[in-house]
Ligand binder design. Structure first.
Ligand SMILES: Cc1cc2nc3c(=O)[nH]c(=O)nc-3n(C[C@H](O)[C@H](O)[C@H](O)COP(=O)(O)OP(=O)(O)OC[C@H]3O[C@@H](n4cnc5c(N)ncnc54)[C@H](O)[C@@H]3O)c2cc1C
Length: 239
């Protein structure tokens, strides 16, 4: 019987099923906080689970929601794997999710740079295309290099994952680098296009809005820096 709430649940307005991590052994009866959680794949019955949609600035292709479980019964047959081992199981999905979101960020950044470069080639001011000015060229070139360097980390993480090797550090680093590079590329593209960067017709304003998602989710840049500082550089834990 599950009670609890969670914010930012994608597609809860349309989903038929939910992957749910719930505490099944109380905190005072486990050695580690991550023990005693169990994973379920169960029916998402909106008659029993309350869903409230969150109005938001982008990512309109999917709904985002707050969900509330109040004594919702879940059959034991919907348990995935072993009771109490849910956290270890859900970790398997977290690295590929980071790699996927990083790759998405690279795509958004490349799309923005493509639009800005085209604009800079075609837009003529005072008798010459604005793209002939190094003040326009350099920021775009810099954004391209940052994006492609981040993409190498995405491929490194994906290669390790495909080989079944440990890839937590690389997946987190890829998500961080790609998210930041994409945001920078979108912002640079927008500023290179002047007023037209702001116009919906050119889509760059939309890419800029979308670039915030791979920065914020599924883990924030700050928590990735904590992870790298503590797991790679062996600095004292912040929690
Ligand atoms: C559009 C969208 C869709 C999403 N979809 C899903 C989904 O489907 N499923 C799901 O589970 N989640 C989803 N999320 C949630 C997302 O993963 C979280 O919003 C994200 O991980 C940040 O957590 P938070 O919002 O709880 O931030 P908070 O924990 O409230 O943190 C606020 C800020 O403080 C910073 N901060 C916190 N602690 C520290 C620290 N120790 N040091 C430095 N800075 C710190 C954070 O980095 C962040 O910038 C979605 C979010 C969005 C915006």
């Amino acid at each position: 019987v599950v009670s609890g709430q969670k914010i930012w649940i994608s597609t809860a307005r349309v989903a038929n099923k939910v992957l749910l991590l719930a505490r099944t052994t109380p905190l005072d009866k486990v050695k580690k906080k991550t023990d005693g959680l169990s994973l379920f794949y169960t029916d998402f019955d909106r008659k029993k689970i309350e869903v409230r949609e969150i109005p938001k600035m982008g990512r309109h292709a999917v709904d985002s929601n707050m969900v509330y479980f109040d004594n919702v019964e879940i059959p034991a047959t919907d348990l995935i794997g072993r009771e109490g081992d849910g956290f270890k199981q859900i970790l398997h999905g977290m690295n590929p999710e980071r790699i996927l979101v990083a790759a998405e960020a690279i795509g958004i950044g490349r799309a923005a740079l493509g639009k800005a470069s085209k604009y800079a080639r075609e837009r003529v001011v005072f008798g010459r295309p604005i793209g002939q000015n190094q003040g326009i060229q350099h920021p775009l070139a810099q954004a391209w290099m940052q994006l492609e360097a981040a993409n190498l980390m995405v491929y490194k993480a994906a290669t390790l994952y495909d080989k079944g090797e440990e890839c937590g550090v690389e997946s987190n680093a890829a998500k961080y680098l790609a998210g930041e590079a994409a945001f920078h590329a979108c912002q640079t593209a927008m500023m290179s296009m002047g007023g037209m960067g702001f116009a919906k017709e050119y889509h760059v304003e939309r890419y800029l809005r979308e670039s915030f998602i791979p920065r914020i989710a599924p883990i924030s840049p700050h928590l990735i820096m904590n992870y790298i500082a503590e797991r790679v550089l062996d600095l004292p834990r912040s929690y």
